[in-house]
Design a protein around this ligand. Structure first.
Ligand SMILES: Cc1cc2nc3c(=O)[nH]c(=O)nc-3n(C[C@H](O)[C@H](O)[C@H](O)COP(=O)(O)O)c2cc1C
Length: 399
């Protein structure tokens, strides 16, 4: 999360400018206050209005037309926690390297002491030119972070190095520069969340009140800390976090099939979904009407066990389960951990009003395979997610 952080985005006139729209939007969605500064040439490619709408703040192009009674470049430079220039043309890079301050972007950069992140984009020959390379080196020596351009298709129709780095990489560089943790980089994580729905007939189902909030918080924190994350989500009351691949499923069987498709890809599975233990043996076609039967008996059969199936197929995966119990959950959670071969289980008593289904807080106990039991205080689900990843990291480092 970038809540409470002010990020300046300097935009120069590269054809990759359309990607800066996504960058600004993503930074804002992650909670940052975003101010966009554009070079005059950049406004010939995309209008300031676009960035105004995406950032929610007026765009600065001309320092001599202040919209407020302050010297904008100095005021903004002082507010900034990070200054990212993306896309950065060969020209703006040359100006930054040489201390030239003749437009809103370069002038503000010179006045700014926040971390500077530069994401260049240009044709291969411009990128490889010794002048550009020397300018890049100068900026690096001065502490700027360069998000290297990538190889690939360029707007000239040629292939080569010079494509703007992915938005994910640029945001990761901003977060790193802000001192945020990227300690799960390289981890491949699958998280399940939400409730499954087991159909009785075409309009009725058996389910539970799981909102999906816990699983979403776990997926989001993993993503922010650098992991590659896939989310398999049943029915949820809230929208999934942005920027994460989501596979939507309905039933327990679909959830297990979706997870098993990724078997071999993930090295950590956190199963926070409330998966039905039983499903109707038969689903009635159409709708069961009130007058059709005096009493209705549903015959249920057990659903396949996700965690046990994964443990069988993937013996080395780090497996985390949840035990939502009514009443003191520790003993039943320990039994579940042993029976399913889990590395860690998160137990909670869902009969408490501040814990479990639907609410934003949770009171959990971490129980690990080595026998350690760690009760946590009442925390927000996001805080539980942070603590959970710390715990998983600690346990995986021990192996
Ligand atoms: C359509 C178009 C696309 C351009 N794309 C790039 C580019 O990707 N990278 C680059 O360094 N220059 C690019 N240029 C050249 C720059 O716009 C030019 O060097 C300009 O003077 C840079 O101004 P600025 O850095 O103030 O935005 C492009 C020019 C045009 C007309």
């Amino acid at each position: 999360m970038l809540k409470g952080k002010t990020v300046l985005v300097g935009v120069s006139s590269s054809i990759a400018i359309f990607k800066a729209c996504e960058l600004v939007s993503q930074l804002r969605q992650r909670g940052a206050t975003v101010h966009v500064l554009m070079t005059q040439n950049a406004t010939k490619l995309v209008t300031p209005l676009t960035f105004h709408a995406l950032s929610g703040n007026p765009v600065i192009v001309d320092l001599f037309e202040p919209k407020e009674h302050s010297i904008q470049h100095v005021a903004l430079a002082d507010q900034a926690d990070a200054f990212v220039i993306a896309p950065a043309t060969a020209n703006i890079i040359a100006k930054l390297a040489n201390g030239i301050a003749d437009d809103a972007v370069s002038t503000t950069a010179l006045a700014c002491r926040a971390p500077l992140i530069i994401a260049p984009a240009m044709e291969t020959k411009m990128w490889e030119h010794p002048a550009t390379q020397r300018n890049i080196q100068t900026l690096q020596e001065r502490g700027a972070v360069i998000v290297e351009p990538e190889e690939g298709w360029l707007s000239s129709g040629k292939k080569g190095k010079g494509r703007l780095a992915s938005i994910d990489k640029i945001i990761a560089a901003v977060e790193m520069a802000l001192g945020m943790k990227r300690d799960l980089e390289g981890w491949k994580v699958l998280v399940t969340s939400g409730a499954t729905r087991e159909p009785i007939d075409r309009v009725r189902f058996i389910s539970n009140p799981s909102s999906g909030k816990m699983g979403f918080a776990i997926a989001q924190v993993a993503k922010e800390r650098g992991a590659d994350v896939i989310l398999v989500a049943g029915h949820t009351e809230v929208s999934p976090p942005e920027g994460i691949e989501v596979v939507k499923v309905k039933t327990a069987r679909e959830m297990i099939e979706a997870v098993m498709k990724y078997a071999g890809w993930f090295d950590v599975l956190v199963s926070a979904a409330a998966i039905a233990d039983f499903t109707p043996k038969q689903t009635v076609e159409g709708k069961i009407g009130r007058g059709e039967t005096e009493t209705l008996v549903l015959e249920l059969e057990p659903t396949p066990d996700l965690l046990a199936t994964v443990r069988q197929r993937c013996p080395t995966v780090f497996l985390v389960g949840f035990a939502a119990e009514v009443g003191e959950p520790t003993q039943r959670a320990i039994e579940k951990l042993r029976r399913k071969g889990l590395n860690l289980i998160v137990a909670n008593d869902v009969s408490q009003p501040d814990s479990g289904f639907g609410v934003d807080t949770n009171r959990c106990i971490f129980i690990s395979a080595d026998g350690s039991i760690e009760p946590l205080p009442l925390l927000t689900k996001r805080e539980v997610a942070e603590r959970l990843w710390d715990k998983i990291k600690e346990l995986r480092n021990r192996v």
